[in-house]
Design a binder for this molecule. Structure first.
Ligand SMILES: [Fe+2]
Length: 190
């Protein structure tokens, strides 16, 4: 008989560096250069292209062969910073092909916002802070925004089989943009 009492398959720290570690955890980095298309001032974004905007740690036991119903856990670590005043943010995506695929986000560290948009007239943000829990219906595009002065860490439980649509965000921007001016959060219509 295999060992009956075992260590967990992963650890999601809610202290110190808030790191996700464990089996099948893969890290990737996004630079500002990867997300030029989603910022208002694209020239300013290009000027800081090599700077890391955020890191993502992802535990996925179905990498490459995911079926609908399989789950993954991912934690995004957004650095504080702005592009010509616009707060650092994730690219954002729709689950356009699979709107039945919901998602949960969970704030671990830092402060910011989760922006929702149904692709039409319905859009809003939820405050993100340590302990905030966010149900995301699959019909809403979603993006995390760091409006604070420290790393914003947000965990997510999602379906790896979801076909994320990033491209549409680049041709049709989210209706509102988040800026930080003189230490204050300012929302501007896109
Ligand atoms: Fe998603």
């Amino acid at each position: 008989m295999d060992q009956f009492v075992r260590e967990p398959k992963g650890i999601q720290k809610w202290w110190d560096d808030f790191e996700l570690s464990g089996q099948n955890v893969v890290w990737r980095e996004k630079t500002y250069g990867d997300n030029v298309a989603v910022y208002k001032n694209q020239e300013a974004c290009k000027a800081m292209a090599a700077t890391v905007a955020y890191k993502v740690a992802n535990q996925n036991f179905h990498r490459g062969d995911a079926a609908l119903g399989n789950l993954q856990w991912g934690t995004t670590y957004l650095n504080p910073g702005t592009v010509d005043g616009e707060c650092n943010m994730t690219h954002g995506h729709f689950h356009k092909a699979d709107p039945i695929c919901d998602e949960y986000y969970y704030g671990i560290s830092g402060e910011g916002f989760l922006l929702f948009w149904d692709g039409a007239d319905d859009f809003y943000v939820e405050k993100v802070f340590p302990g905030s829990l966010h149900y995301i219906s699959g019909v809403y595009a979603h993006r995390i925004i760091n409006s604070g002065d420290s790393v914003l860490a947000v965990a997510a439980a999602s379906l790896p089989a979801t076909r994320q649509d990033h491209a549409v965000i680049e041709t049709r921007p989210f209706p509102y943009r988040c800026f930080k001016r003189d230490g204050q959060v300012v929302w501007e219509k896109a």
